[in-house]
Design a binder for this molecule. Structure first.
Ligand SMILES: NC(=O)c1ccc[n+]([C@@H]2O[C@H](COP(=O)([O-])OP(=O)(O)OC[C@H]3O[C@@H](n4cnc5c(N)ncnc54)[C@H](OP(=O)(O)O)[C@@H]3O)[C@@H](O)[C@H]2O)c1
Length: 249
């Protein structure tokens, strides 16, 4: 059995660590978007496959017998490609997705980043905290009516808002730290994506405590028919059922 883990998340690294420690043949894949990525244990390849067809060819050429899509909940392109490629190549596919954050009735839930930008544009306050990632900054670039505190892992490389203060950081974050940051910058509105997980959840608690309004971008839907688990142990058990390898938890 040879397992491909599509990664770029903490869950992908945890899964690789467990499967490698149990002596399995595992290959992790990263997109190569982050300059200095946290690398999983075991063999790693970096870079795109060239669409769904490229990924299907890769699965065949590498003798991959199972794929776990443990990519970020908003990485919908690779998730769609994985579904198509796995079907084409006849390889079983599991989606490992951490649960969403529990919805707070005070949040404004929006379908995508463009709707979030419209909501911000219409907001009468001044200071906005954006944690939606550097590639989503373009949606806010035309908004010169607000000041934006922007937090990203790597520097932005596309259009950005005119009035922007940039912080580069990757978490995990604490409630005390997030509270201090939002106070320091006089934040009245937080825009974030429903990524889920504990690493970046502190800002939501801080926002609630400070009375900061929250615009929450909802997750894109998964491909129809996806088999989904929420935790690494469930993914390990699924992998164990795909072959007779030495998988254990
Ligand atoms: N989107 C986010 O908010 C976010 C946040 C944290 C981490 N990440 C991680 O960053 C990576 C890129 O995210 P994205 O939103 O740019 O992805 P995306 O829009 O879904 O994918 C765009 C393209 O990047 C390549 N790609 C993406 N993930 C890959 C992987 N794990 N291995 C090899 N190629 C990959 C694929 O290129 P080809 O078509 O050439 O194969 C894919 O078509 C993902 O692996 C994701 O887990 C994303």
């Amino acid at each position: 059995m040879r397992i491909l883990i599509l990664g770029g998340t903490g869950e992908a690294r945890e899964l690789a660590a467990v499967l490698v420690a149990a002596g399995n043949d595992v290959l992790s894949s990263l997109a190569g978007r982050v300059r200095d990525p946290r690398l999983p244990e075991g063999p790693v390849r970096i870079g795109g496959f060239g669409g769904a067809d490229g990924l299907a060819a890769f699965l065949r050429a590498e003798g991959i017998t199972a794929v776990v899509d443990a990519t970020h909940p908003f990485a919908s392109g690779i998730t769609a490609n994985a579904a198509r490629a796995a079907a084409t190549a006849g390889v079983p596919l599991l989606v490992l997705r951490r649960p969403e954050w529990d919805a707070d009735p005070a949040w404004e839930a929006v379908a995508d980043i463009r709707v979030a930008a419209v909501s911000v544009r219409d907001w009468p306050g001044d200071s906005v905290f954006l944690t939606t990632g550097r590639r989503d900054l373009a949606a806010f670039a035309a908004d010169d009516g607000h000041g934006f505190l922007v937090r990203t892992v790597d520097p932005p490389d596309g259009p950005v808002p005119a009035r922007m203060t940039l912080i580069m950081d990757r978490g995990p974050y604490t409630v005390a730290g997030e509270t201090a940051l939002m106070r320091e910058h006089g934040i009245g509105l937080l825009v974030t994506k429903n990524s889920g997980g504990p690493m970046t959840a502190a800002k939501l608690r801080a926002a609630r405590d400070l009375g900061v309004r929250v615009v929450m971008v909802q997750r894109p839907p998964l491909p129809e028919g996806s088999i989904v688990v929420a935790t690494v142990p469930e993914a390990v058990r699924w992998a164990g059922r795909q072959g007779t390898g030495s998988i254990s938890e």
